[in-house]
Design a protein around this ligand. Structure first.
Ligand code: GCU
Length: 441
């Protein structure tokens, strides 16, 4: 119970950090996008407060069957995909195009080059594990528009004394506001080993990439960061990339760096993140084939949760002025006049874009984390991707039944586990690592 409370506190704290990350001054940009889309008004988004009169639905019996769910293995011309070749050459590009145009936005054809600089290297330790920490900066070439300067913040930690290249798991890291402190653990709370220590124990390294260093997390920031630099400080067009796709772009630039670092085995890279960064994690995995494995934490809607499900966070929430910057402007259309049922693709197809590579889907407990992330909706995002994995000779969960709490589905190449804590990937690390060891050596 104490542990749960602690996890709850952490969730609350992360809510506070969120508020700080989203200054309310993004309305001009949002209004400009509505104008470009010829939208006068959108539908109201349900409240995330479960006791509010307009609270988002939390009742599974009302999660309402969708009137449509796109089939990842049916081409736009109605023909069924029955071989891997047709998937790679025809169906996958169709799905990518829909996600690019309507949901996450298009990356500009020519993004600027990034020059990586090693800032410092120090000896350090995580619990009992000794390690070397390298701080790096990715300087983005801004010669096309010097008013905007972008530096990607990355740190890389390699276990000490290892004489070979090591696999690396990279996390999308939150930045906490100045003066921020985690609350003291309540007495008696069992101390979990940090995920960093657990990863180092495997002889693997880890990295922390700071997404906010190269793309701010709010609408006003869309004319800044890498998106603003590419647009020379101008506002986006409706199919331009949003923050999630920009954050994924930065993860790819980190891979470029890893390919040059003699301590890193760039064929064995993993990506992990929570919440908005869980969304960024699955987007990265879908678009960047050089990641070998993904650990997608409480990504909710806009991540691996089926967007059409009427439970927890809705498309209307994401497409509001507080969340639209994560997506292409076009996404707002699905909060009015269109609906989630009109989306040409859904989250299971984003998971399918990761195939045949392994994806671990992680959630907390509805009691502690709340139902905003929709654990079952995230489970289904994985479940409905299974036919694509099967076509490519891999395995899904092996069941369509939502498992009980703390029952891991880890037999296949798509894995799922709900831990009993809050809004964190923490308690799922041991299960993820055990499963990942089948792929990462
Ligand atoms: C909000 C938002 C979620 C998001 C989360 C976070 O809860 O509605 O979509 O994942 O913040 O990233 O912290």
């Amino acid at each position: 119970m104490k542990k749960m409370l602690f996890a709850g506190l952490l969730s609350l704290l992360s809510l506070c950090t969120r508020a700080q990350q989203q200054p309310p001054n993004n309305n001009d940009d949002y209004k400009d996008m509505l104008r470009q889309l010829h939208i006068d008004s959108t539908r109201r988004d349900p409240s995330g407060n479960p006791s509010a009169p307009d609270a988002a639905n939390t009742d599974e019996s009302k999660a309402s069957p969708y009137t449509s769910l796109p089939d990842p293995l049916v081409l736009k011309n109605g023909k069924k995909v029955t071989d891997a070749r047709t998937w790679w050459d025809r169906r996958r590009p169709e799905i990518v195009e829909d996600f690019d145009r309507e949901i996450y936005g298009r990356v500009p054809k020519n993004t600027p080059k990034v020059r990586w600089e090693a800032l410092s290297t120090i000896d350090t330790s995580y619990g009992a594990m000794k390690a070397t920490l390298k701080r790096l900066a990715g300087h983005v070439d801004n010669s096309s528009y010097p008013d905007i300067k972008v530096d990607i913040q990355l740190s890389l930690v390699i276990p000490a004394g290892v004489q070979r290249r090591v696999p690396v798991i990279m996390e999308f890291g939150f930045v906490f506001p100045p003066g921020f402190r985690f609350p003291a653990r309540p007495p008696g709370t069992p101390v979990e080993k940090s995920w960093q220590e657990q990863v180092l124990e495997q002889g693997w390294g880890f990295a922390i990439l700071i997404p906010a260093s190269y793309q701010p997390d709010n609408g006003a920031g869309l004319t800044q960061g890498i998106i603003g630099l590419c647009n020379k400080g101008q506002r986006r067009k409706p199919d331009d990339w949003g923050a999630l796709r920009a954050w994924a772009w930065g993860a790819s630039r980190a891979v470029d760096y890893f390919e040059t670092d003699k301590d890193v085995d760039a064929k064995q890279l993993g990506i992990e993140g929570l919440s908005r960064y869980g969304k960024a994690t699955v987007v990265t995995m879908a678009y960047e084939p050089r990641f070998a494995i993904a650990f997608v934490g409480s990504s909710g809607n806009g991540g691996v949760k089926i967007m059409r499900r009427r439970l927890g966070e809705q498309v209307e929430n994401l497409a509001s002025s507080g969340g639209y910057h994560w997506f292409a402007g076009n996404f707002i259309k699905y909060a009015g006049p269109l609906t989630a049922n009109d989306l040409p693709v859904d989250a299971h197809e984003l998971v399918a874009l990761c195939a045949p590579r392994p994806v671990f889907i992680s959630s907390g407990s509805p009691k502690v984390e709340g139902q905003w992330v929709d654990a079952k909706g995230m489970f289904l995002g994985g479940a409905y991707a299974a036919p694509v994995y099967a076509l490519l000779g891999k395995k899904g969960y092996g069941t369509m039944e939502f498992p009980p709490m703390e029952t891991a589905l880890v037999d296949g190449d798509i894995a799922f586990r709900q831990h009993s804590g809050g809004h964190t990937t923490g308690p799922n690390w041991p299960t993820f690592i055990q499963w990942a060891k089948r792929y990462i050596k």
